[in-house]
Design a protein around this ligand. Structure first.
Ligand code: TTP
Ligand code: MG
Length: 576
């Protein structure tokens, strides 16, 4: 509820209108059996046509009034529910953008997908139902009970007796259902995750002829989802027949004792009919209630999942991200001092005792076997993750003291797997810096050695990319990502193995180009060939800095480095 209320607040007037109209509907409904009693006792039994017309007219008028109120109510209820869901989706999406990256990684993408779409829809439906009928059902039950008691207390007693039993049953269903439906939603996350994985990996699945295997995997998850849903639904649907049985029993009791007291001239026929009518309405309300409760329980489980996302801290790294005046240092030398790092979800140290420096405008090449921690090291600079120990300085300032957005605006980061967005090539490049001119775009593309390739495309810079740049080659995607980073005119350029798909000639052209851009560059690469361009080479092994120095120095000093360089040379000779 605490999650829900702030989102409903902007719609409180519409919600209030909807609820008051619902009350109007309720009053109309509660008056009906009374009017019916009047019609029977005062008009029909006395064969008074005038009175019959009068009461009949009142009933028709009231019915139309109630109908109009219901119509306007659903109009407002839909308004509230849609607006509320829209705002909630926006808030969740906003949270995705603002929560710490490590928190973001703690949710699975498919779970977030479900939370932002399916879950919100469930909540939206329940808000609508809530304003339409959910509040009305209990009121209708209570109101009918009171009205029936005033009409004939003795007969209505049979209705009152069963109430505690029904309340207990419904309460149990709600509690148990909540747990069951959370499990259902988790299974749905899993199902979505599997579909997502298959959609992304379809190329590989086809090439490996793993379609049947994937189908089996899907069938298992799908079956699991079905079983969980069935169990959850069965629980809530089982209560309906039970409720109806109890209510029908009390209806029969009313009929039985009612007819006896009518024959004994103790009660009027109209009163018996009225009490019966209330009983039937209560029965209907209970049946409805237990059905809505199913939807409400699902929504409650969905809401608790949304709340989890919303509860994630909004400031990346909390308060210490804004300590500084936010002035960007005008030099971008990088200094690591005794840095240790590990991922939040594990104890293991990924980096340990890392100390090195890169002067302003110089290039450091980071080498090391796969899994050595190269990507992890680069990710510390834009503070995607926090170092566990030690300090990272840029321009002499501890990066924890630089405002996060200021720090990141100075960084051009090219991730190991290039990410492009649906849109034109120009859009994708401008994504790096929106206010760049077309000349700057072309300049960056030239520097990244992709300009000529772009010019060969039918629409050149206006060529449309598919999602994730699927209609480009791996190397083209890499170079576009580099151009996008260069367009930012960053002080600090971080390139994570993004020349891996480039041929040697293009790579050396690119590296020569990068030299001219004047930014401090950290380049992760597997090729010793690239290390010749570097002012410093950092050799990582198992999260530790094995050696550092110039290419020539390392050749003389480090056996591992010599081995890497020599094996690469042999390979080259072999191919030549
Ligand atoms: P990386 O830093 O990704 O290693 P790398 O970049 O040197 O390797 P490659 O050349 O293949 O790109 O990983 C170091 C360790 O950290 C490795 O054991 C995997 C682990 N790791 C995580 O646990 N979570 C993560 O998000 C990443 C990126 C790595
Ligand atoms: Mg890596």
């Amino acid at each position: 509820m605490r999650t829900l209320l702030p989102f409903l607040k902007p719609y409180r007037i519409s919600a209030a209108v909807a609820l008051s109209l619902m009350l109007v509907e309720l009053v109309v409904e509660l008056c009906f059996p009374l009017l019916m009693a009047k019609l029977i006792d005062g008009a029909i039994l006395r064969q008074d046509v005038g009175a019959a017309l009068k009461w009949g007219g009142v009933m028709i008028g009231l019915a139309l009034f109630g109908f109009a109120a219901g119509l306007v109510n659903s109009f407002y209820a839909a308004d509230v529910a849609q607006g509320f869901a829209h705002d909630m989706r926006r808030a969740l999406f906003g949270k995705l953008q603002s929560m710490a990256f490590s928190d973001f990684r703690a949710f699975s993408p498919s779970s977030l997908m479900t939370r932002l779409t399916g879950d919100i829809n469930q909540i939206q439906n329940s808000v609508f139902l809530g304003l339409r009928v959910f509040v009305r059902a209990p009121l209708l039950i209570a109101g009918s009970m009171i009205m029936a008691l005033t009409v004939d207390a003795r007969l209505a007693l049979y209705l009152v007796v069963v109430t505690p039993i029904l309340v207990v049953v419904l309460g149990y269903t709600i509690r148990k259902g909540f747990r069951l439906f959370r499990l259902v939603q988790e299974r749905l996350d899993k199902l979505n995750g599997l579909v997502r994985e298959n959609l992304i990996g379809m190329r590989l699945i086809r090439a490996y002829v793993r379609g049947d295997h994937e189908k089996n995997r899907f069938a298992e998850t799908n079956g699991d989802y079905m079983r969980r849903s069935t169990a959850a639904l069965r629980l809530s649907e089982m209560t309906v027949p039970g409720l109806l049985l109890l209510m029908n029993a009390s209806v029969l009791l009313i009929l039985w004792f009612g007819s006896r007291s009518v024959t004994a001239y103790e009660t009027e026929v109209g009163d018996v009919v009225a009490v019966l009518n209330y009983a039937i309405r209560i029965t209907g309300a209970y049946a409805y209630l237990s059905m809505i409760i199913t939807s409400l329980t699902i929504a409650r489980a969905a809401l608790s999942r949304s709340a989890e996302v919303l509860a994630a801290g909004s400031n990346e790294f909390g308060a210490n991200g804004t300590a500084a005046d936010g002035i960007p240092p005008d030099r971008a030398d990088v200094l690591f001092e005794g840095v240790a790092f590990g991922y939040p979800d594990s104890e293991a140290a990924v980096l340990d005792g890392i100390t090195f420096s890169v002067n302003d405008g110089e290039t450091a090449v980071i080498m090391g076997a796969t899994g050595a921690g190269k990507t992890s090291l680069l990710q510390l600079l834009p503070r995607l993750y926090e170092a566990r120990r030690g300090t990272v300085r840029v321009g002499g300032t501890d990066i924890r003291d630089i405002e996060l957005s200021v720090l990141r605006r100075q960084i051009g980061y090219v991730a190991q797997e290039s990410t492009l967005f649906a849109g034109t090539i120009r859009d994708n490049l401008l994504w790096g810096r929106e206010d760049a001119s077309m000349e700057e775009v072309v300049e960056a593309a030239k520097l990244a050695q992709i300009h000529e390739t772009i010019m060969q495309l039918p629409d050149a810079y206006e060529a449309v990319l598919e999602q994730k740049g699927a209609n480009l080659s791996g190397g083209q995607r890499q170079r576009l990502s580099i151009a996008r980073a260069l367009l930012r005119k960053p002080k600090l350029l971080l390139l994570d193995d993004c020349t891996s798909a480039l041929d040697a000639r293009t790579e050396s052209l690119l590296l020569a180009g990068l030299k001219t851009c004047g930014c401090t560059t950290l380049l992760v690469t597997q090729k010793a060939q690239a290390a010749r361009w570097a002012d410093t080479v950092l050799l990582l092994a198992d999260g530790k800095l094995l050696a550092q120095g110039k290419h020539g120095e390392l050749l003389a000093r480090s056996e591992t480095y010599r081995f890497i360089v020599e094996s690469e040379r042999e390979e080259a000779a072999h191919h030549a």
